[in-house]
Design a protein around this ligand. Structure first.
Ligand SMILES: [Zn+2]
Length: 114
């Protein structure tokens, strides 16, 4: 699959700082080198220092829940890396809770932060 540089540029302009920092730290191993460069340049142009990026990585790297391939799992509500696992009821057909199911949430969406 060829990387669509233009799409990465558009994404980099639209995404918020935290989403971009997540991409160059926690999701780095799943990113194309060219995409990483674009995002790093965007962060630099927003005045985000290398120190802030490292600090973010240090804060989250032990917290995130990773899949078997080592990549962070995503929050059920947004594209942020998940840091909490909570039990809920899996709703079959959208309304009948049948199976207890583990949901993943990021720092913003986990219950203790609501
Ligand atoms: Zn979230």
């Amino acid at each position: 699959m060829r990387l669509d540089i233009e799409k990465v540029r558009i994404y980099a302009k639209k995404a918020d700082n935290k989403a971009l920092i997540d991409r160059v730290t926690l999701f780095q191993s799943g990113m194309e080198p060219e995409a990483l460069e674009i995002i790093k340049l965007e962060l630099t142009s927003r005045g985000i220092s290398a120190f802030e990026i490292t600090e973010h990585e240090e804060k989250y790297k032990e917290k995130v829940i990773r899949g078997p391939e080592g990549m962070p799992r995503l929050c059920n509500n947004c594209p942020s890396p998940a840091t909490a696992q909570e039990w809920g009821w899996l709703k079959v057909f959208g309304f009948v809770p049948i199976i207890p199911w583990k949901y993943l949430f990021c720092e913003d969406h986990k219950t203790s932060h609501k």
